[in-house]
Design a protein. Sequence first.
Length: 258
Amino acid sequence: MIRNLTLCAALVALAACATDAPSPPAAVDAARAGPVPTRLTGYLPAGALDGKAILPAPAAPDSAQGRAERAMYDETRALEGTPRWKAAIEDNEIWQGGALKRFSCALGKELSEARTPTAWRILHRIELDVRDVGTPAKDHYGRLRPAVGNDKPICIARAEWMKTNASYPSGHAMVGWTWGLLLTELAPERADRLLVAGREMGESRAICGVHYMSDIEAGRTLASGMVARLHAEPAFNADMAMARTEIARAPAASGCDG
Protein backbone atom coordinates (compact mmCIF):
# COMPACT_ATOMS: atom_id res chain seq x y z
CA MET A 1 0.00 0.00 0.00
CA ILE A 2 2.81 2.42 0.93
CA ARG A 3 4.54 1.69 -2.36
CA ASN A 4 1.35 2.38 -4.29
CA LEU A 5 0.75 5.65 -2.47
CA THR A 6 4.35 6.71 -3.14
CA LEU A 7 3.91 5.98 -6.83
CA CYS A 8 0.63 7.88 -6.76
CA ALA A 9 2.34 10.99 -5.39
CA ALA A 10 5.09 10.70 -7.98
CA LEU A 11 2.64 10.33 -10.85
CA VAL A 12 0.57 13.30 -9.79
CA ALA A 13 3.72 15.39 -9.39
CA LEU A 14 4.39 14.84 -13.08
CA ALA A 15 1.27 16.82 -13.92
CA ALA A 16 2.68 19.91 -12.26
CA CYS A 17 5.74 19.66 -14.50
CA ALA A 18 3.66 19.46 -17.68
CA THR A 19 1.40 22.52 -17.45
CA ASP A 20 2.54 23.84 -20.80
CA ALA A 21 2.44 20.47 -22.52
CA PRO A 22 0.49 20.25 -25.78
CA SER A 23 -2.97 18.72 -25.64
CA PRO A 24 -2.90 14.92 -25.95
CA PRO A 25 -4.55 13.05 -28.77
CA ALA A 26 -8.14 12.05 -28.27
CA ALA A 27 -8.86 8.89 -26.32
CA VAL A 28 -8.59 5.87 -28.55
CA ASP A 29 -10.86 2.90 -29.02
CA ALA A 30 -9.56 0.06 -26.86
CA ALA A 31 -10.29 -2.38 -29.70
CA ARG A 32 -7.10 -1.10 -31.31
CA ALA A 33 -5.18 -2.81 -28.53
CA GLY A 34 -6.12 -6.23 -29.85
CA PRO A 35 -4.02 -8.30 -32.26
CA VAL A 36 -4.48 -8.03 -35.98
CA PRO A 37 -6.38 -10.99 -37.46
CA THR A 38 -4.13 -14.03 -37.40
CA ARG A 39 -4.03 -17.78 -37.75
CA LEU A 40 -1.31 -17.96 -35.14
CA THR A 41 -1.84 -19.55 -31.76
CA GLY A 42 0.06 -19.19 -28.53
CA TYR A 43 3.01 -21.41 -27.66
CA LEU A 44 1.61 -22.87 -24.47
CA PRO A 45 -0.68 -25.91 -24.44
CA ALA A 46 -4.08 -25.56 -22.78
CA GLY A 47 -3.82 -25.60 -19.02
CA ALA A 48 -0.06 -25.03 -18.94
CA LEU A 49 -0.55 -22.36 -16.26
CA ASP A 50 -3.55 -21.73 -14.04
CA GLY A 51 -3.60 -17.99 -13.45
CA LYS A 52 -6.42 -18.16 -10.92
CA ALA A 53 -4.48 -20.69 -8.84
CA ILE A 54 -1.25 -18.67 -8.98
CA LEU A 55 -2.73 -15.33 -7.97
CA PRO A 56 -4.27 -14.43 -4.62
CA ALA A 57 -7.59 -12.63 -4.54
CA PRO A 58 -7.40 -8.86 -5.15
CA ALA A 59 -7.84 -6.47 -2.24
CA ALA A 60 -11.40 -5.88 -1.10
CA PRO A 61 -12.70 -2.39 -1.97
CA ASP A 62 -13.14 -1.45 1.71
CA SER A 63 -9.69 -2.73 2.80
CA ALA A 64 -6.78 -0.37 3.44
CA GLN A 65 -5.18 -1.39 0.15
CA GLY A 66 -8.46 -1.13 -1.72
CA ARG A 67 -9.05 2.41 -0.43
CA ALA A 68 -5.47 3.40 -1.27
CA GLU A 69 -5.81 2.12 -4.82
CA ARG A 70 -9.07 4.00 -5.28
CA ALA A 71 -7.35 7.16 -4.02
CA MET A 72 -4.59 6.59 -6.54
CA TYR A 73 -7.13 6.34 -9.34
CA ASP A 74 -8.79 9.57 -8.23
CA GLU A 75 -5.54 11.51 -7.90
CA THR A 76 -3.95 10.33 -11.15
CA ARG A 77 -6.86 11.73 -13.15
CA ALA A 78 -4.90 15.00 -12.79
CA LEU A 79 -2.42 13.61 -15.34
CA GLU A 80 -4.87 14.14 -18.19
CA GLY A 81 -3.23 16.36 -20.79
CA THR A 82 0.38 15.60 -19.78
CA PRO A 83 3.07 13.86 -21.87
CA ARG A 84 2.78 10.80 -19.62
CA TRP A 85 -0.94 10.60 -20.44
CA LYS A 86 -0.07 10.68 -24.13
CA ALA A 87 2.44 7.86 -23.59
CA ALA A 88 -0.26 5.83 -21.82
CA ILE A 89 -2.50 6.23 -24.87
CA GLU A 90 0.30 4.97 -27.09
CA ASP A 91 1.00 2.02 -24.78
CA ASN A 92 -2.64 0.97 -25.09
CA GLU A 93 -2.16 0.29 -28.80
CA ILE A 94 -0.29 -3.00 -28.72
CA TRP A 95 -0.62 -3.76 -32.43
CA GLN A 96 -1.27 -0.36 -34.01
CA GLY A 97 2.18 1.14 -33.63
CA GLY A 98 2.22 2.46 -30.07
CA ALA A 99 3.62 -0.22 -27.76
CA LEU A 100 5.50 -1.98 -30.54
CA LYS A 101 7.19 1.32 -31.42
CA ARG A 102 8.20 1.84 -27.80
CA PHE A 103 9.90 -1.57 -27.72
CA SER A 104 11.56 -1.02 -31.09
CA CYS A 105 13.13 2.15 -29.71
CA ALA A 106 14.17 0.41 -26.50
CA LEU A 107 15.69 -2.42 -28.53
CA GLY A 108 17.33 -0.04 -31.00
CA LYS A 109 16.12 -2.25 -33.84
CA GLU A 110 13.00 -2.19 -35.99
CA LEU A 111 10.44 -4.73 -34.80
CA SER A 112 8.06 -5.45 -37.66
CA GLU A 113 6.59 -8.29 -39.64
CA ALA A 114 8.68 -7.23 -42.64
CA ARG A 115 12.07 -6.68 -40.96
CA THR A 116 12.03 -9.11 -38.04
CA PRO A 117 9.35 -11.67 -38.88
CA THR A 118 10.43 -14.27 -36.32
CA ALA A 119 10.66 -11.78 -33.46
CA TRP A 120 7.35 -10.27 -34.54
CA ARG A 121 5.80 -13.77 -34.53
CA ILE A 122 7.10 -14.40 -31.00
CA LEU A 123 5.60 -11.16 -29.70
CA HIS A 124 2.31 -11.91 -31.44
CA ARG A 125 2.06 -15.48 -30.14
CA ILE A 126 3.00 -14.33 -26.65
CA GLU A 127 0.08 -11.89 -26.65
CA LEU A 128 -2.22 -14.82 -27.39
CA ASP A 129 -0.68 -16.81 -24.53
CA VAL A 130 -1.32 -13.85 -22.25
CA ARG A 131 -5.02 -14.03 -23.05
CA ASP A 132 -5.15 -17.77 -22.42
CA VAL A 133 -3.38 -17.50 -19.05
CA GLY A 134 -4.85 -14.23 -17.81
CA THR A 135 -8.51 -14.49 -18.84
CA PRO A 136 -9.47 -17.35 -16.49
CA ALA A 137 -8.10 -15.36 -13.55
CA LYS A 138 -10.02 -12.27 -14.69
CA ASP A 139 -13.23 -14.27 -14.93
CA HIS A 140 -12.64 -16.02 -11.60
CA TYR A 141 -12.05 -12.88 -9.52
CA GLY A 142 -14.32 -10.53 -11.47
CA ARG A 143 -12.81 -7.32 -10.12
CA LEU A 144 -14.50 -4.20 -11.46
CA ARG A 145 -12.29 -1.70 -13.25
CA PRO A 146 -11.70 1.63 -11.47
CA ALA A 147 -13.46 3.60 -14.20
CA VAL A 148 -16.76 1.73 -13.75
CA GLY A 149 -19.39 3.78 -11.94
CA ASN A 150 -17.89 7.22 -12.50
CA ASP A 151 -17.25 9.59 -15.39
CA LYS A 152 -13.72 10.71 -14.56
CA PRO A 153 -11.29 11.02 -17.49
CA ILE A 154 -9.55 7.90 -18.78
CA CYS A 155 -7.24 7.64 -21.76
CA ILE A 156 -9.32 5.24 -23.86
CA ALA A 157 -12.89 5.50 -25.08
CA ARG A 158 -15.42 4.29 -22.53
CA ALA A 159 -17.39 1.26 -23.72
CA GLU A 160 -19.69 -1.45 -22.39
CA TRP A 161 -16.91 -4.08 -22.40
CA MET A 162 -15.32 -2.34 -19.40
CA LYS A 163 -18.20 -3.56 -17.24
CA THR A 164 -17.65 -7.22 -18.13
CA ASN A 165 -13.90 -7.47 -18.84
CA ALA A 166 -12.46 -7.68 -15.33
CA SER A 167 -9.59 -5.60 -14.02
CA TYR A 168 -7.43 -8.23 -12.28
CA PRO A 169 -4.89 -9.12 -13.62
CA SER A 170 -3.89 -6.58 -16.27
CA GLY A 171 -3.34 -8.20 -19.66
CA HIS A 172 -1.41 -5.18 -20.95
CA ALA A 173 0.95 -5.41 -17.97
CA MET A 174 1.43 -9.11 -18.74
CA VAL A 175 2.27 -8.33 -22.37
CA GLY A 176 4.63 -5.49 -21.51
CA TRP A 177 6.59 -7.38 -18.89
CA THR A 178 6.77 -10.56 -20.99
CA TRP A 179 8.02 -8.59 -24.01
CA GLY A 180 10.59 -6.81 -21.86
CA LEU A 181 11.92 -10.06 -20.41
CA LEU A 182 12.07 -11.95 -23.71
CA LEU A 183 13.61 -9.10 -25.70
CA THR A 184 16.21 -8.77 -22.94
CA GLU A 185 17.14 -12.39 -23.58
CA LEU A 186 17.53 -11.59 -27.28
CA ALA A 187 19.50 -8.37 -26.76
CA PRO A 188 20.96 -8.37 -23.22
CA GLU A 189 23.00 -5.26 -23.93
CA ARG A 190 19.69 -3.34 -24.12
CA ALA A 191 18.31 -4.82 -20.90
CA ASP A 192 17.85 -1.56 -18.98
CA ARG A 193 15.88 0.14 -21.74
CA LEU A 194 13.75 -2.91 -22.47
CA LEU A 195 12.84 -3.56 -18.85
CA VAL A 196 11.95 0.10 -18.33
CA ALA A 197 9.68 -0.14 -21.37
CA GLY A 198 8.04 -3.24 -19.92
CA ARG A 199 7.56 -1.64 -16.52
CA GLU A 200 6.18 1.62 -17.90
CA MET A 201 3.75 -0.17 -20.20
CA GLY A 202 2.19 -1.69 -17.09
CA GLU A 203 2.15 1.59 -15.17
CA SER A 204 0.43 3.21 -18.13
CA ARG A 205 -2.66 1.19 -17.27
CA ALA A 206 -2.99 2.92 -13.89
CA ILE A 207 -2.30 6.32 -15.45
CA CYS A 208 -4.87 5.50 -18.12
CA GLY A 209 -7.41 4.77 -15.39
CA VAL A 210 -8.36 1.28 -16.52
CA HIS A 211 -6.49 -0.76 -13.89
CA TYR A 212 -5.40 -0.63 -10.27
CA MET A 213 -1.71 -1.00 -9.43
CA SER A 214 -2.28 -4.45 -7.91
CA ASP A 215 -3.79 -5.53 -11.26
CA ILE A 216 -0.51 -4.53 -12.86
CA GLU A 217 1.59 -6.31 -10.25
CA ALA A 218 -0.50 -9.45 -10.71
CA GLY A 219 0.03 -9.21 -14.45
CA ARG A 220 3.80 -9.07 -13.95
CA THR A 221 3.65 -12.11 -11.66
CA LEU A 222 1.86 -14.16 -14.33
CA ALA A 223 4.19 -12.79 -17.01
CA SER A 224 7.28 -13.95 -15.12
CA GLY A 225 5.80 -17.40 -14.63
CA MET A 226 4.80 -17.54 -18.26
CA VAL A 227 8.33 -16.74 -19.44
CA ALA A 228 9.75 -19.52 -17.26
CA ARG A 229 7.15 -21.98 -18.57
CA LEU A 230 7.67 -20.99 -22.20
CA HIS A 231 11.24 -22.30 -22.12
CA ALA A 232 9.85 -25.84 -21.88
CA GLU A 233 8.28 -25.45 -25.34
CA PRO A 234 10.51 -26.56 -28.28
CA ALA A 235 8.74 -24.31 -30.80
CA PHE A 236 9.34 -21.28 -28.60
CA ASN A 237 13.02 -22.11 -28.10
CA ALA A 238 13.49 -22.62 -31.84
CA ASP A 239 11.91 -19.25 -32.61
CA MET A 240 14.04 -17.51 -29.98
CA ALA A 241 17.21 -18.93 -31.52
CA MET A 242 16.18 -17.65 -34.96
CA ALA A 243 15.10 -14.28 -33.60
CA ARG A 244 18.45 -13.69 -31.89
CA THR A 245 20.26 -13.82 -35.24
CA GLU A 246 17.48 -11.90 -36.98
CA ILE A 247 17.59 -9.01 -34.50
CA ALA A 248 21.36 -8.75 -34.73
CA ARG A 249 20.99 -8.15 -38.48
CA ALA A 250 17.91 -5.91 -38.32
CA PRO A 251 18.05 -2.23 -39.30
CA ALA A 252 18.16 0.39 -36.57
CA ALA A 253 14.84 1.69 -35.28
CA SER A 254 13.87 5.08 -36.66
CA GLY A 255 11.89 7.98 -35.27
CA CYS A 256 13.01 7.45 -31.68
CA ASP A 257 13.75 10.20 -29.19
CA GLY A 258 17.16 10.25 -27.61
